[in-house]
Design a binder for this molecule. Structure first.
Ligand code: FAD
Length: 305
């Protein structure tokens, strides 16, 4: 008998689609962790893998380098994140053209956080793209790109209301966004209620849930505070007292993440975006529970001697 969380999903016959998010590494050591994670997750055949863009545009070159290497060394489809921050339109357009020229076909378009830090007022760069919708339109003008944007089940911290936040999402969709990926959340009801409101607003693009598997509760809590995502009390109590017990924490982390995604599958969700934090193990295990199996790369065709 399976405990409820591990019950094979009633919807397991629906094809599950996943994507993985990575951040560009700063050091050689981080680079090797990232690449071993990519190698482990690639055989799960994600729809795409995305590479973030550092706050304030601080990783422009590193994002480009990571995306280029994914294109050159794997058969994965990379999506490059790009923000409106700290650059004028010409500079951003050059980045987009650079991606177009090396064969990138997918950009995750974001406004970015205020240069003076989260919580301060956002000021558009003079001569830059003012809002994400302007960036989306700019990218679509420059090439045949698929464009993903963000969505916030608990509203963006700067939005005065959920309605204002849905208006912002609608401007991005009107500008041509093909898909939205949500900020992470831990309470599935929040996502499903948000989805209802998005659909009631007439927005029909996929709203893919962004899943942050919690490896380290303290770290996840501090991310959540900055991102305006709530952390339910029950989540804290699951990790309580395990600060010094890495092995149990890992098992609890896997159980908590499995519970969240399998509940979403049971409630009809079949597409997931994982915030991997450049670590493969937990995400690999969750994907396995979702029914995904590693597929070996196709053997090159043999030429008869
Ligand atoms: P948007 O959703 O475009 O807007 C945020 C708020 O601005 C809105 O709620 C609204 O209040 C206002 N607004 C938006 N459009 C309009 C409009 N047309 N008129 C008036 N007001 C408007 N940050 C990075 O620096 N690098 C990354 O790689 C990165 N990746 C991310 C990936 C995902 C999936 C998510 C969810 C977030 C990511 N972020 C990233 C964080 C993001 O940059 C910040 O949350 C930022 O503060 C908002 O950018 P956005 O594109 O999400 O904003």
């Amino acid at each position: 008998m399976f405990p409820a969380a591990f019950r094979p999903s009633r919807h397991s016959s629906r094809p599950i689609r996943v994507s993985f998010e990575f951040f560009p590494p700063k050091t050689d050591e981080m680079e090797s962790v990232l690449w071993s994670s990519i190698e482990r997750l690639a055989p799960l055949r994600p729809d795409f893998v995305s590479v973030t863009y550092g706050a304030g545009g601080s990783t422009r070159e590193r994002t480009h380098k990571t995306v280029s290497r994914i294109l050159a060394e794997t058969d994965l489809k990379p999506a490059a994140h790009l923000t409106c921050v700290a650059a004028n339109r010409d500079e951003i357009d050059d980045v987009v053209r650079g991606y177009r020229d090396i064969g990138v076909r997918h950009i995750v378009a974001l406004r970015g956080d205020p240069m003076a830090g989260i919580g301060t007022a956002y000021e558009a760069h003079p001569g830059g793209y003012a809002q994400t919708c302007d960036l989306v339109a700019g990218i679509k003008r420059l090439g045949d790109f698929e464009v993903s944007v963000s969505a916030y089940p608990e509203k963006h911290p700067e939005a005065p209301s959920i309605e204002a936040d849905l208006d912002a999402l609608a401007t991005k969709v009107d500008a041509g966004a093909d898909r939205a990926i949500t900020q992470f959340f831990f309470d599935n009801d929040l996502y499903l209620r948000y989805l209802d409101r998005v659909r009631a607003r007439g927005i029909t693009i996929p709203i893919v849930p962004g899943i942050l598997p919690v490896q380290n509760f303290k770290l996840a809590k501090s991310f959540a505070e900055r991102a305006g995502a709530s952390v339910p009390e029950w989540l804290g109590s699951r990790f309580e007292g395990l600060e010094g017990d890495v092995d149990t924490r890992k098992m609890v982390a896997a159980a908590v993440a499995a519970e969240q995604v399998l509940d979403l599958v049971d409630r009809g969700v079949s597409e997931f975006h994982f915030y991997t934090m450049n670590r493969a193990d937990l995400v690999f295990a969750i994907c396995h529970l979702l029914g995904l199996r590693a597929v070996a790369p196709a053997e090159p065709a043999r030429v008869a001697a």
